[in-house]
Design a protein around this ligand. Structure first.
Ligand SMILES: [Zn+2]
Ligand SMILES: [Zn+2]
Length: 351
């Protein structure tokens, strides 16, 4: 077999299947048979609905490659010089390959690689996971424990990793109550991980009634509040006027960030993870006088991703529970339409 199907996103609200060559691994590279490949909010915002950069500038981050930056699968061939992984190993693919030499890469944060000529993200600048096979740099492979499914692995590859990092920055644990704003896949992941970390109470805020209902059905939240004019009062009521010691914005909207800040307790920690848009806030009464700390994080490190996979096993947590729709590669167009409707949980493609 020398060809396979790959999904491309022309930027006009379609996902197109094309026949492409099955790649051959070079030195330090693995050929991975894809087990599952997630569809991400960033795929929708910056590729599917029109090619853009993350900062909203002219140009496109997507270079017309096979889409999908959330793959997991099994190694079927290892190129010369691979030392950590071999045929048969199950892996999660960390979604950016960096230069491997700059300080961020050496810290495991290839997402923040400082060498623009060598940094390339799967599904953006190099072929991604929406295909039967993907060519993976061995340095970006993370072991997928046997207890977890490929769909679990696909979720860890982006959304769960991002949520974990956002929580780690705040040091959230058993002494904390948590407010999660925006209950898309990252917000739901944050709630599941916070439960594992022992958070005393987890509250959610969501604008879409369908997403709020889905969140409630998962049993991860003590309470799910609907975003709107009264939401600040609803948070006060749910927390006896104190707010939550940790709040997270996973909505990426100015309104959502305002709820996360307003909903924080005195001395609270506010974690910003949602991409795009602006942060607008009054400073004195809301931030300074209440002694708040603001954290901003982008994705996670290779090490934290590996640690998270093991912790999820220990907690008996199943990321796959957040997936509402799994579709075959051939139905990529339908899968993207579903994900773009904003009414689903996580949507995944399987070959
Ligand atoms: Zn993603
Ligand atoms: Zn680098």
């Amino acid at each position: 077999m020398t060809t396979m199907h790959g999904v491309f996103l022309p930027g006009d609200f379609t996902a197109v299947l094309r026949e492409v060559e099955v790649p051959t691994p070079g030195p330090g590279q693995l050929l991975v048979r894809v087990g599952a490949s997630g569809i991400c909010g960033s795929d929708l915002s910056y590729i599917y609905r029109g090619h853009k950069t993350h900062a909203g500038q002219e140009g496109a981050a997507y270079k017309g490659v096979v889409a999908g930056h959330e793959p997991s699968g099994q190694v079927v061939e290892a190129g010369p010089g691979c030392r950590r992984f071999g045929v048969g190993d199950r892996v999660i693919v960390y979604h950016i390959a960096g230069c491997g030499r700059c300080s961020n890469c050496r810290r495991g944060y290839m997402i923040s690689c400082s060498d623009p000529d060598r940094r390339s993200a799967y599904g953006w600048q190099r072929d991604g996971g929406h295909a039967e096979y993907i060519l993976v740099e061995e340095s970006t492979a993370v072991p997928l424990p046997d207890e977890l499914s490929y769909v679990d692995g696909a979720l860890i590859a982006c959304g769960f990793g991002t949520a974990y990092e956002g929580l780690l920055r705040t040091g959230a644990g058993g002494r904390d109550d948590l407010l999660v704003v925006g209950l898309g896949p990252v917000g739901l992941a944050a709630a599941m991980i916070a439960r594992g970390l022992g958070a005393a109470r987890v509250l959610g805020v969501e604008r879409s009634p369908e997403r709020a209902a889905h969140a409630r059905s998962l049993g991860l939240f003590d309470e799910v509040l609907i975003a709107g004019d009264e939401v600040a009062e609803a948070v006060d009521e749910a927390t006896a006027g104190r707010g939550c010691s940790v709040t997270m914005d996973c909505s990426g909207s100015a309104a959502g960030r305002a709820v996360a800040i307003r909903g924080a307790a005195e001395w609270g920690r506010v974690s910003l993870m949602g991409e795009g848009g602006r942060l607008e806030t009054e400073v004195s009464d809301l931030l300074l006088h209440r002694q708040l700390t603001l954290y901003a994080s982008w994705v996670t490190s290779l090490q934290s991703m590996e640690e998270l996979a093991h912790r999820l096993v220990r907690w008996g947590a199943s990321p796959e529970r957040l997936v509402t729709d799994v579709l075959p590669l051939e139905k990529a167009d339908e899968a993207y339409r579903l994900a773009d409707s904003g009414r689903t949980g996580k949507v995944c493609l399987v070959p």
